[in-house]
Design a protein around this ligand. Sequence first.
Ligand code: ATP
Length: 350
Amino acid sequence: TQTAPTSRAAADVTFEGVVKEFGATRVLHGVDLAVRPGELVCLLGPSGCGKTTALRVLAGLEQATAGAVRIGGQDVSRVPTHRRDVGMVFQAYSLFPHLSVRANTMFGLRRRGVERREAARRADDALGLVGLDHLAERYPHQLSGGQQQRVALARALVTAPRVLLLDEPLSALDAKVRTGLRDEIRRLQLRLGITTVFVTHDQEEALAVSDRIAVMDAGRIEQVGAPEELYLRPASPAVAAFVGHSSVLPADVVGGRAHVLGAVAPVLGERADGPAEAFVRPENVRLLDATDTAGVAGTVEESMFLGSVRRTLVRTADGHLVRVQHRAGERLAFGESVRVALDDVPLAVR
Ligand code: ATP
């Protein structure tokens, strides 16, 4: 029964050759990215790759050294933050401790000159969207971490911005709260149809919430694609290494095919013949009996029960570690002899 903040036509967002330098250090090396109207795109990558900087350039909290950012087609590179019409949520709870939940939520509206009663009404609507309208009178210290982030979300949405920017909004929360709020953010985003850029270093989070993911590495975008696409067809070793839990194994490439784990698999992309390293996903390796003739021999180093599946680390006879995912009921003893065999799947190779 809650009404969404006044809805607007969704805007697209583009980065065009965005370069950012801090002094002599180049942090963004020409970022190009087009986010479609109403889309949720995650910027995913290891710590220090420039995700936050890219988001801050989009928000207007940092000025690009070169290149441009556009919102709804308009070049906003010289537009101050408060006029870019973006809502932001950060990792650390950024609520004002001395203001009530309602006062925190209406803050942006009051600053824009919205009359107090109207601002309070809209704040309560926004709090309704995140399921917190009943806590409007409370103060931040009386809320859990998850509730504080919901207030931060309500505060970001209350002005009906054209774009929502989320910078690791869940990383300070414990696991259960994190996945709950993650799914809620996604449902809300879909319902409002708001164009959203979501920064995270957590691949599971990115895979779960995104329409598309932009994988960043060392100040560049390595690949942009739907979660399935990135997972199944990583365009570069950096993407293969970052998405999934691959083992990196020595391989020999001959005629565009990789010889690895006693099998021959097709190679993703172009790769010259010669020694290489292949990225092998745990779910693409089968565990066989020691008496089997397929695959290669090894011994169990470690076996982890993960609830729905079990993940086992096998050391091959030539000393390499292979991660295998298999049925949870299949128990293995430390030091047990097994064989591991690769399924016939295309592999990323470097
Ligand atoms: P994290 O997840 O750890 O925040 P990130 O991918 O978001 O990583 P950024 O915060 O964008 O990365 O930082 C990218 C690089 O830019 C880092 O090496 C960081 O030290 C550097 N950097 C960021 N802000 C500044 C600044 N104001 N002055 C100098 N260097 C900076």
